[in-house]
Design a protein around this ligand. Sequence first.
Ligand code: SF4
Length: 211
Amino acid sequence: MRDSAAADKRVEALRRLYPEASLELVFDNPFQLLISVILSAQCTDARVNQVTRVLFSRCPTPQDILALSQEELEEMVRPTGFFRNKAKAVRACCQELVDRYGGRVPGTLEEFVRLPGVGRKTAAMVLGNALGVHEGIAVDTHVKRVSQRLGLSSAKTPEKIEADLMQLLPREDWTWFSNALILHGRRVCKARKPDCQACGLAPWCPYPDQA
Ligand code: SF4
């Protein structure tokens, strides 16, 4: 069973380390963040930001993206990798936004997860960061790894990990918490070699490999 007092200490330490944690994707509105998150699979945020700067200057709306040919869109997103599938996913999502929501991004998680190719992780990330609607905790590979190492969840699936994490802090902190775990996973608690010596969470972390 999770020790909630110990978990609180880890959450508070994370808050001191990353008080204003935000995403590293650059966006001006929910639509841009949604497309950026789709493109970010298996790609760095820096690379996605390079691609979207060009993409959104040419195509600021879903309708503009749909006006591109498949080949044009593939060429534009090519640097993010898996470009054929990503171009298809972006196009399908834009089509649904236009058909069902008049080109706007919906405002609830329930509507969001009905968009093609959009799961709870993307929905929670976009809703929380672009709309200030905190309906879940986005569990990506970093959130999964860091929360497990910190002993905040022993679950294996993103859904169960999310449910464990949601109990740890109030709803208004859910988006911050996910962002903070992502930053910590990228900068310190890396997959292959966590830098436990330099980690501000080490005093409260049960991870057995810390030096
Ligand atoms: S002490 Fe090590 S395992 Fe624990 S959070 Fe920090 S880097 Fe990760």
